[in-house]
Design a protein around this ligand. Structure first.
Ligand code: MOS
Length: 745
């Protein structure tokens, strides 16, 4: 099904099942420990051996020799794979570094060997007996010192730089100016379930039980890396204990398990030990961001400039902190630049709301600083500069395809399909009690605690991507939906079941959803907050086809057929779906393809974050007291799962604001605090109170579901709202994240 004109009324609009706060179908499995995660799958294949990965002990250089003899002689050891016996490997499309290093080492803890043994303990003990000699070469590990060597870098099909009008002249001429530089830290996804894989070969056929957000990417990259056809690789990943972008791509657990299994000639299971993950896998790059805003005294922005620097290995992409500044606020003169420096740290890549999470952490503090200079309320200042069209020049910033031939005006400034940012602030300030905020910082005190309120805009683009599904009706009237979509803890099982139930008029209990298997039709996968809307649209398309097939079998014109109560009916008669299905059943498969609309309109999601903090006047300790997010993100398919997504993202935003930071050893080029003991993330006691309000919205431009992404919107702007609240409490402006107590005193 092509989606190329705005959605009209369709069966989803009945909202009998869609839009209901249904609890997650996989919830009981996960909370009782019975959901079969990759590493737990002792049942799927017999005779599993254990693999243990050894990570490189240097960040850059080469291996000059391996001494494996002690490891090989260790009890229970079956085989050891290194670059010397792995055979020829290619780099996958989505990897920046090779997943198996050697002799060249590209980053610290890059996998260099896997030991296979009868038990995990034997494999681990033997791995520690491997002796490696290295020749270290000079690497670069400090973003700030490499900034001068940065270049503008495209990302996600968007150019690194953009310019409209004359920023420099307008900034110089503006009555009120702000110019400040901010920094964000390297961050680690810290998902609960570590990367893990069981690999088994059957002749030339490889099967992987693994934990991966994007099944088809994993299949493609495994095939490419090993140099075998895609058809020879099957990836199975029905349950995933969190990903946050860290499992978008094939990682070393999967490749090393595949190589080890081939060498050992038996199935091998591998999990990345927690202390290997931050340096072996991917992280969110630190950024340095300079923001300049010029405005007139009435608060109208006349010039806005945002430069963002980040670092990555050669071939890697930037953390493009300036992207949202092209679309969020009005202003005739604009300049953005996303610059990238080569660093020899581990690979930087997507982590929840890549680009915007970091970009808004800086921009939304800059907006707070500017509002103060203008003597304006920070919400008023944002509302004053709202825009219903993309203010940046599409030819320079957004995809060139946005250009429409119709009118000059449209060509320059494509409209947002739907933008209710102002309403988010209005609803939120009323609900949160924003009027209690004292404009002057440091004015509200309760005993030893200084109290402050902060806000920030949330903004994240809504990406849509093709997605296929298969739906089958059986003789008992049950529906089975199959798609390679993943559920990373987000609720995919549930919203997909809701979609099929709504479309076919069957109860939710009679819908069976099967996900995460490359034998199923290729879906959008889970990433970039595109999964919920795109994958349910694919299920919608398949259900439209199934409705047609059933109507045809019933000999009803599809135009006046109604699907409800497990029946197909028209004015004169009714037939049960079960009897029509017969012994054979009826099946249909289709794919939603988005063509055109996503280019005519700018599709984005919006929100407003409100935070109250208390800061200890003596120690500088910051405690979050209350958080509120108001979100405008299209139709909410399931308010319960969406709420969980947003509060999870808000929690992650508190981490970025107050504690999360991978600390770099600038001499040796590695993240020092590379485990959950040293890398601090929020716990329950850090998050006492959260609320989420979803604005009533349906966006007919986004999909037949009229929904949008929301899983990443929730983190966007949170760090700035916290930081602004800390400023309001204390009068201390911290521009370097995380806002730890040492920076407040
Ligand atoms: Mo997301 S960072 O694309 O899983």
């Amino acid at each position: 099904m092509k989606f190329d004109t705005p959605a009209t009324n369709n069966p989803i609009d009945q909202l009998k099942v869609i839009g209901q706060p249904i609890s997650r179908i996989d919830g009981p499995l996960k909370t009782t420990g019975t959901a079969p995660y990759a590493y737990d799958r002792n049942d799927v294949v017999a005779n599993q051996a254990y693999g243990y990965i050894l990570g490189a002990g240097i960040a850059k250089g080469r291996i000059t020799s391996f001494n494996l003899s002690a490891a090989k002689a260790y009890p229970g050891v079956i085989t050891i794979v290194t670059h010397q016996n792995a055979g020829k490997l290619s780099k996958g499309k989505y990897n920046t570094a090779f997943l198996l290093g050697g002799p060249e080492i590209q980053h610290y803890h890059q996998a260099i060997a896997i030991v296979v043994a009868e038990t995990f303990e034997q494999a681990r003990a033997a791995a520690h007996l491997i002796q490696v000699k290295y020749e270290r070469t000079k690497g670069y590990y400090d973003l700030d010192s490499q900034r001068s060597k940065s270049i503008p870098k495209d990302d996600m099909g968007m150019p690194g730089d953009s310019a409209v009008g004359n920023f420099d002249a307008a900034f110089l001429a503006s009555s009120i100016k702000m110019d400040a530089t901010y920094s964000t830290s390297h961050e680690s996804h810290s998902m609960m379930e570590p990367h893990a894989t069981i690999a088994a070969w059957d002749g030339g056929q490889l099967t992987l039980w693994t934990s991966n957000q994007m099944i088809d990417w994993a299949v493609g990259d495994m095939a490419k890396t090993l140099g075998i056809p895609k058809e020879k690789v099957r990836v199975i990943s029905p349950y995933i204990g969190g990903g946050f972008g860290g499992k978008l791509f094939l990682r070393s657990d999967a490749l090393m398990a595949a190589l080890a299994s081939k060498a050992a000639q038996r199935p091998v299971k591998v999990t990345l030990q927690r202390a290997l993950i931050p340096n072996n896998t991917t992280h969110r790059s630190a950024t340095i961001q300079r923001i300049r805003i010029g405005a007139e005294k009435d608060g109208l922005i006349t010039a806005i400039g945002h430069e963002s620097w980040s670092g990555n290995l050669p071939d890697g992409g930037p953390e493009a902190g300036a992207f949202q500044t092209r679309s969020l606020y009005a202003g005739a003169n604009r300049m953005t630049s996303n610059r990238l420096s080569n660093l020899d740290l581990p690979e930087a890549n997507a982590m929840r709301a890549p680009n915007e999470a970091s970009g808004l952490a800086a921009l939304e503090v800059a907006m707070d600083e500017m509002a103060e200079k203008l003597g304006m309320d920070p919400i008023e200042f944002r509302i004053k500069n709202d825009t219903q069209v993309v203010p940046d020049s599409p030819s320079k910033s957004e995809p060139a395809k946005l250009k429409s031939k119709k009118s000059e005006d449209k060509e320059q400034h494509p409209p947002f399909s739907l933008r209710q940012l102002v309403k988010c602030f209005q609803v939120g300030s009323e609900h949160f009690g924003w009027n209690k905020r004292k404009a002057k910082p440091g004015e509200r005190r309760e005993g030893r605690w200084l109290i402050g309120l902060g806000v920030a805009s949330a903004y994240r683009d809504n990406v849509v991507t093709k997605s296929a599904a298969r739906v089958r009706l059986d003789k008992r009237g049950y529906l089975t939906v199959e798609t390679d979509m993943t559920d990373i803890g987000t609720g995919s099982y549930t919203i997909i079941a809701q979609t099929a139930a709504e479309m076919m008029g069957v109860p939710l209990a009679k819908v069976n959803v099967r996900l995460g298997d490359s034998n199923f039709p290729v879906s959008s996968g889970s990433g970039g907050q595109w999964g919920g809307n795109s994958s349910t649209s694919g299920v919608y398309a398949a259900c439209v086809k199934l409705r047609e097939a059933i109507a045809q079998k019933a000999n009803f014109p599809i135009g006046d057929a109604v699907f409800a109560d497990e029946k197909i009916s028209n004015k004169s008669q009714s037939l049960t779906l079960a009897e029509l299905a017969g012994n054979q059943g009826i099946a249909a498969e289709d794919m939603i393809e988005f063509s055109g609309l996503d280019k005519k309109y700018k599709q984005s999601t919006f929100g407003a974050h409100f935070v109250e903090v208390a800061v200890d006047a003596y120690t500088g300790e910051t405690r979050i007291r209350r958080m509120l997010a108001v979100c405008a993100a299209g139709r909410i398919l399931n308010p319960k799962t969406a709420h969980s997504q947003v509060i999870g993202a808000m929690t992650m935003g508190v981490g970025a604001a107050l504690m999360e930071s991978l600390e770099v050893d600038k001499r040796y080029g590695y993240f020092v605090n590379h485990d959950l003991a040293g890398y601090e993330i929020p716990v329950h006691a850090d998050i006492p109170h959260q609320e989420v309000i979803f604005l009533e919205e349906t966006d007919p431009v986004s999909s037949p579901m009229k929904a949008k992404g929301v899983g990443e919107l929730g983190i966007c702007g949170v760090a700035a709202a916290v930081s602004n609240a800390v400023y309001n409490a204390t009068g201390v402006r911290v521009r370097d994240y995380p806002v730890t107590l040492d920076k407040l005193i």
